[in-house]
Design a protein around this ligand. Structure first.
Ligand code: ADE
Ligand code: ZN
Length: 359
């Protein structure tokens, strides 16, 4: 909860989330419960942070950088073993997101981090599908799955995972909405993944890529030029350090930047929330959405990200209307769903604008 006069409006605003790693929504309490259930020993002998959910949460407050976080992220997800674990994880996120009025969510997952431990791809995907069906029934939320490949693993591993998903028919039947790329960014620049993205493009599969989180603006240009991505995940450094030509290019191509302010702050990609390049995004007309990335690790879900920006920038209702509509416009959902969500935003904005005018 933020202390701004817009808090209740921000909570009510219908939202679309496009950058949320399901494994990054594993709260320490569920992590410990699943470790106990599955007989998994956490590395408490080498890292005292694993003594309890409380001490782990405390450790999450002081990540030095992306790789420091990723070390905890991969250990954390090692407690996920059977289908019920994956379903519980995804449903817990959908329920939390629904409570913050997320109406459409496109969520990432990292199959290689599980298949390398012996979990079948079908176990992961079918469990997520069950959670998605429950989210639709219980909350009226539309959801999509984006399969991310890990850039710290070699290209052949990514190609094999992609081939397995394709062979299972997960792209053809719409189970997977897109392919993405995540994990350690430097020194794994986009050109390394050209074969993978070419294969996805050939099949008409949507493509997105983490770029410009810790990596330089050049990584963002390379993702656009060589991987032909339709979206950039993060891209914050294109805005903080990029030249006007790159920013203008992002705006004119209507490339959606899936931005994650709390994540950027917690991983020291920006020094403070007021260094988040919100003004440059708005002034240049770049299409972007505000997202939570790894909410269990960075101290907040999507609403806490909206609130952090509101506290830093003091936006008005009409600014938020533009942000909320931009996120919906950039969503990978059917045209009718997009139209429906835009009406939902309009209704809430009009109701709150009236209330503010009456005060
Ligand atoms: N995997 C989960 N969160 C990530 C992030 N912020 N950057 C890169 N890979 C990730
Ligand atoms: Zn991410």
């Amino acid at each position: 909860m933020c202390n701004t006069s817009l808090h209740a409006f921000l909570a009510a605003l219908p939202k679309a989330e496009h950058h949320m790693h399901l494994e990054g929504s594993l709260e320490p309490e569920l992590l410990f419960a699943l470790a106990a259930k599955n007989g998994i020993t956490l590395p408490v002998s080498t890292d005292p942070a694993f003594a309890s959910a409380e001490s782990l949460r405390k450790r999450y407050e002081v990540f030095a950088n992306l790789d420091d976080f990723l070390g905890y992220y991969y250990i954390g997800m090692s407690v996920l073993l059977d289908g019920s674990d994956f379903e519980a994880l995804a449903y817990a996120y959908f329920a939390k997101a629904a409570s913050q009025n997320v109406r459409h969510a496109e969520v990432f997952f990292d199959p290689q981090a599980h298949t390398d431990r012996g979990v079948e791809l079908s176990t992961i995907v079918e469990s997520f599908k069950r959670a998605q069906a429950r989210a639709a029934a219980d909350f009226g939320m539309s959801t999509e799955l984006i399969m991310c490949l890990l850039r710290h693993l070699p290209l052949p591993s990514a190609m094999a995972t992609f081939a397995q998903a394709k062979g299972a028919g997960y792209f053809a039947d719409g189970t997977l909405a897109a392919v993405g790329m995540d994990s350690s960014e430097v020194p794994f620049p986009p050109p390394m993944w050209k074969d993978l993205f070419d294969a996805a493009k050939e099949l008409g599969i949507r493509r997105t890529c983490h770029a410009g989180e810790e990596g330089p603006p050049l990584y963002v240009s390379q993702a656009l030029d060589l991987l032909d991505v339709q979206r950039i995940d993060h891209g914050v450094r294109a805005l903080t350090d990029g030249d006007d030509a790159l920013v203008t290019r992002l705006a004119s191509s209507k490339t959606l930047l899936t931005m994650c302010p709390l994540s950027n702050f917690k991983l020291n990609c920006i020094d403070s929330m007021s260094s988040f390049p919100l003004r440059r995004l708005l002034d240049a007309g770049v299409r972007f959405s505000i997202n939570s990335d790894d909410p269990a690790y960075f101290g907040g879900y999507i609403l806490e990200n909206y609130c952090a920006l509101q506290e830093a920038f003091g936006l008005g209702i009409r600014d938020w209307e533009m942000i909320a509509k931009g996120a919906i416009m950039g969503s990978w959902c059917a045209e009718e769903r997009r139209a429906q969500l835009l009406v939902e935003v309009e209704d809430v904005v009009n109701e709150w604008a009236r209330q503010f005018e009456e005060q």
